[in-house]
Design a protein around this ligand. Structure first.
Ligand code: HEM
Length: 215
């Protein structure tokens, strides 16, 4: 039987392609969007990571979710530095979430508070993605909008304390494989992961609507 890390990757493969090829992501990676769209996207991420990382303290003490909580992954401070750069020191004043973003953050919070295994699904979907495709987005953002390499504006994508992302991802997959859950609970985690991808797609859809390229 496949390991759990393989199972969760395979199960979300189709939705991963969907996210990658969403109009918003294609336009972003195609260099067709203005920096304002990128800033708006970064704002949405703030709400998601606020929910993920505010719950982290509680999750850290949990036997199931605890091993996943690694401070070197935390992104909220990096996002805040990026937003200060993108929107200015008053960035908080005009921060707003799309309804789709609110729904995503709310779901993360529910899991963080009441279902540690479900929280893992959200943790995996975000952080392993950021360590992977996030690097492609960073490279594109640096080139399209002229941010300093790994500097303000793209710090979200820079994991200063992870010197070897490939090794980190390997050890992360070992943690997934060691999750203490029966088959039914593992299926539920996979389903939550799919839900996490769908929630991301919802945010991309809202962004695509706010930043259409051609009417
Ligand atoms: C244009 C956008 C994206 C690109 C170019 C991209 C690209 C990639 C690549 C190349 C990998 C493989 C890394 C490896 O095998 O080690 C990967 C993995 C991953 N991506 Fe994405 N990605 C994108 C968007 C997303 C989004 C929106 C999510 C979810 C929020 C996501 C979640 C993941 C996850 C969870 C993995 C880890 C799969 C695993 O090994 O278990 N990605 N991505």
């Amino acid at each position: 039987m496949d390991s759990f890390s393989t199972l969760i990757r395979t199960a979300s493969h189709e939705q991963h392609m969907e996210a990658e090829t969403s109009t918003f992501m294609s336009d972003l990676l195609g260099g067709r969007l203005g920096v304002d769209a990128y800033a708006r996207y970064t704002e949405q991420l703030w709400f998601v990571y606020e929910a993920l990382e505010t719950g982290a303290e509680k999750s850290a003490a949990d036997p199931v979710a605890g091993p996943f909580i690694r401070p070197e992954l935390f992104r909220l401070r990096a996002l805040e530095r990026d937003l200060a750069h993108l929107r200015g020191p008053e960035w908080r004043a005009n921060l707003s979430a799309f309804p789709a973003t609110q729904a995503y953050a709310d779901r993360v919070r529910v899991c963080a508070e009441s279902w540690p295994a479900g929280y893992i699904a959200h943790h995996y979907t975000r952080y392993l993605g950021d360590l992977s495709g996030g690097q492609i987005i960073r490279d594109k953002a640096e080139k399209t909008w002229g941010f300093e390499k790994k500097g303000d504006g793209v710090r979200f994508y820079v994991f200063e304390e992870i010197s070897n992302p490939a090794a980190f991802k390997r050890s992360y997959r070992e943690l997934l494989d060691a999750v203490d859950a029966d088959d039914l609970e593992k299926q539920r985690i996979v389903a939550e992961c799919k839900r996490a991808f769908a929630l991301n797609t919802g945010v991309f859809r809202a962004l695509g609507e706010e930043f259409p390229l051609s009417a």
